[in-house]
Design a protein around this ligand. Structure first.
Ligand code: 26V
Length: 804
């Protein structure tokens, strides 16, 4: 063993003794994990302090990424790999009789996010640190992250609270000197000098809890600053003078409620007061912190836009626009115009969805009651927006109403996207099609008013976690074949393209895939008892359950395939394992119904001997980052089948392709750009384009008229309607069928024939083992551009003007 590993083993044993009071013989696995993390953290903290100092001394502009979600996952393996110390840590632990790999699985996922938006924030933090761009991520330290999902014996989703902090969090450091007061309610007045004073009815303290973000090769460490809430010291509030102990306790509980739980809804805004309180609590604390750090380093707020960029991850932190304006005007006495200029030059906004039901707006009375001064400033901003809009020849009265920060139709509401748009110098979508649709649809009038403000930054994924970390086999194979350059810059992975024609390489590539499938098979057997066939095609659809993502299209096709197998058991069927995973928002009844159906379909098919060896269906419970890290390397086929125009980008599509899965997908989101980089011949693209979808909506879509041309689907739907797939409760899926026949908002029927043809084409590809492997290799080789390092480089150059 190397000397460094020897020394490290001593350090870990020392941490075990001094922090936990244990000798190796008494240590539980959990103690070893914490001792290992705390020991590694010493190294991290030293680099962290050095990075922070260097940034300050060089006076560099910093990025502030404001996001209500950071879907990080586990940190130990990622961190030691980025430090280049993974082998050393494994050796040290081995010498102590401990297995690193099994320790790693004890670490809870930091699951502070719903899905793509939160995971993107985590990939961006990894890329910012890896590219040595100084950055803070700002978010909330939720006590309960994304709920964990069980599937009960009946096949229904059950939500259980997630408790990642139950055993403490060894990565975090509380910053007692970074504390800010956040107010709610009350009233404001203007004094004789015209200065505004807001007297909130409630105050809480936001306390910074920092987590280090270690970049690739450990060269730079950034900060993820998560806010926790505490009641203001009762002594200061003189509560104790009044002897009001229960009042003080109630204050503490009210403060904790703010950070209690991540809202698990990614389909419609919850619209609840607590959500708005969370948004303001976190935005206010973050903006105050940015202002304080800036003043500390630079002395004046005039230079804020030159030294700080603030990126809004969707509209969730958009109230921060009004908060910065308030601080500049009310606390720092800037005139409105100067304050607005600074604000607009500092903020930029990323939109992640065009689905109208997901656009946030707040009832005006609620916002006014909770944040009276902010509402006043929003009116002030809006006066300018509307004045400018009225002089714009491209905007008719309907256009003027559309750009207003206030929705006047029905109950008056504040439109957070319009606030974010007006308050930013840059507004971006997350894939080329999505950015174009922003210009043409939801934001068409804002785009007329602020021409040129919308730009595109196609999403990416960090190759450290989504290749190096989750697929060591493929990484080693690639390193061996094309050298290590791709581990520093994923663009070099293009060198693997010509290996698609190398038979020996293809065999090794298939061997890695087979081994990854075996690992997943073992995990599925342990978690569900189901024994999957590792030689079947692993056909996976893993993502949040949402109607627009069309898991139902996949399930219905699976049912049709099953009926075909039953009708012709001796046919030459390509063996498939249909793998589904994903969570449904707790309030999203239709999404839960889809999970239920997937499980009913799985029960029936898996129990039928006719399907054995030909078709298996499994719904894996509790999809999260760690499970994704197992699935991506084991997938053969990636289902990316959203109704065109509805999936802003997708990032699971990228993870699967980078790990050698072929995509069956629509021309939606980033699929389109993946086709450009991989080549159309190596993907199975099908279905309507976004323009065709829009045209069909305009022409009037009548799903039942299509049914006559889809006899197999018609039969499956009739059987489903009659309860053939739910013998214990015949009516269970009736409403699902009815909604397809009556409305079919996501146009499953319109795309069914094309999807079926594409699936047959996939079968033909699979039968040509060499052709399949060659395609898979070209998929891997084509993904260089989809590194989040590329995305971050574009943000840095075109939105933030920052450099390391
Ligand atoms: C939506 C909402 C809606 C209302 C308020 C609460 C809330 C919280 C989370 C979300 C998430 C929806 C937005 C989202 O995750 N979009 C996804 O963003 C990914 C990263 O840009 C992108 O790849 C996916 O296509 C897009 O669906």
């Amino acid at each position: 063993m190397e000397r460094s590993a020897d020394a490290l083993a001593d350090e870990i044993a020392g941490t075990l003794l001094h922090r936990f009071g244990k000798l190796p013989a008494d240590a539980l696995p959990r103690d070893w994990l914490d001792a290992t993390i705390l020991t590694v953290r010493n190294d991290v903290v030293e680099r962290w302090v050095a990075s922070t100092r260097a940034t300050q001394q060089r006076g560099l502009k910093q990025v502030n990424y404001l996001s209500l979600e950071f879907l990080i996952g586990r940190l130990l393996s990622d961190t030691i790999r980025n430090l280049g110390r993974d082998g050393e840590v494994a050796d040290a632990l081995r010498s102590l009789g401990v297995d690193l790999a099994s320790l790693e699985t004890l670490e809870p996922d930091a699951a502070l996010g719903n899905g793509g938006l939160g995971r993107l924030a985590a990939c961006f933090m990894d890329s910012l640190a890896s590219m040595a761009l100084p950055a803070f991520g700002y978010g909330i330290r939720y006590i309960n992250g994304m709920f964990s999902q069980r599937i009960d014996p009946a096949g229904e989703q059950v939500e259980l609270p997630e408790t990642w902090l139950a055993n403490g969090n060894p990565w975090e450091i509380e910053r007692r000197d970074s504390v800010h007061r956040v107010g709610f309610g009350g009233a404001w007045q203007r004094d004789d000098d015209g200065r505004v004073h807001w007297t909130p009815a409630e105050l809480v303290e936001a306390v910074a809890v920092d987590m280090p973000v270690v970049g690739w090769r450990g060269r730079h460490v950034n900060t993820l600053r998560l806010w926790t809430a505490r009641a203001i010291d009762p002594l200061q509030l003189e509560v104790f003078n009044r002897g009001d102990f229960t009042g003080a306790l109630a204050d503490q509980t009210r403060a904790e409620t703010l950070v209690r739980v991540l809202y698990p809804n990614d389909s419609t805004p919850a619209g609840q007061e607590l959500r708005l309180r969370q948004e303001y609590f976190f935005a206010s604390a973050s903006i105050q912190d940015i202002v304080q750090r800036h003043l500390h380093s630079h002395g004046t707020l005039d230079t804020l836009p030159d030294k700080a960029a603030i990126q809004l991850n969707d509209t969730h932190p958009a109230i921060g626009v009004a908060e910065l304006l308030r601080l500049l005007i009310d606390e720092h006495q800037l005139p409105y115009e100067a304050a607005w200029d600074i604000t607009r030059r500092t903020f930029a906004y990323t939109n992640h969805t065009l689905l109208p039901e997901a656009l946030e707006s707040w009832p005006l009375p609620l916002l006014g009651r909770l944040l009276p001064r902010h509402l006043e400033l929003i009116f002030r901003i809006n006066a300018d927006v509307l004045a400018q809009a009225r002089t714009n020849p491209e905007l008719d009265p309907r256009g003027v109403a559309a750009v207003s920060l206030i929705d006047e139709a029905g109950e008056r509401r504040v439109r957070m996207a319009n606030l974010a748009f007006a308050g930013s110098h840059s507004v971006n979508g997350v894939a080329a099609l999505h950015s174009q649709l922003m210009r043409e649809t939801v934001f068409a009038d804002l785009n007329r008013l602020y021409a040129g403000r919308i730009n595109n930054k196609t999403n990416g994924i960090t190759p450290r976690r989504w290749l190096g970390g989750c697929n060591p086999g493929l990484t080693a194979l690639l390193r061996d074949a094309i050298g290590p350059a791709f581990t520093d810059d994923l663009r070099h992975i293009a060198a693997a393209r010509s290996l698609a024609d190398d038979a020996a390489f293809r065999e090794r590539f298939l061997g890695v895939k087979r081994a990854n499938k075996a690992l997943l098979v073992a995990q599925v057997a342990a978690s569900t008892g189901l024994q999957l066939d590792p030689d079947a095609m692993f056909d996976v659809q893993v993502k949040r359950i949402h109607e627009y993502k069309r898991q139902l299209l996949n399930i219905l096709h699976t049912m049709v395939l099953y009926e075909r197998i039953r009708a012709r058991p001796q046919g030459d069927w390509v063996p498939r394992v249909k793998l589904f995973a994903g969570k449904a928002a707790s309030s999203y009844a239709r999404a839960k119904q889809i999970i239920r159906l997937a499980n009913d379909v799985a029960h029936r098919i898996n129990a039928d001997p006719v399907a054995a060896g030909r078709l298996q269906v499994v719904f894996l419970p509790d999809y999260n980052v760690s499970l994704a890290e197992r699935i991506m390397p084991a997938a053969d086929l990636s289902e990316q089948i959203s109704t065109a125009g509805m999936e802003a980008s997708g990032t699971g599509n990228m993870k699967l392709a980078l790990n050698g899965a072929l995509t069956i997908g629509t021309l939606d989101g980033a699929n389109i750009e993946m086709r450009d980089h991989i080549g159309a011949a190596d993907m199975e693209i099908f279905g309507m384009t976004a323009a065709e979808v829009a045209a069909l909506v305009r022409a009037g879509y009548r799903p039942t008229e299509l049914l006559a041309g889809l006899p197999e689907l018609e039969q499956v739907l009739a059987a489903l309607r009659q309860g053939e797939w739910s013998p214990d409760d015949a009516g269970r899926h009736a409403t699902l069928v009815d909604s397809l026949l009556n409305e079919d908002r996501y146009m499953l029927l319109a795309d069914f024939a094309a999807y079926d043809a594409a699936q047959s084409a996939v079968d033909r590809r699979w039968r040509d083992r060499d052709g399949w492997a060659a395609s898979a290799v070209r998929n891997v080789a084509g993904m260089g551009w989809f590194s989040s390092d590329r995305t971050i480089a574009e943000y840095a150059a075109e939105v933030w003007q920052v450099h390391g």
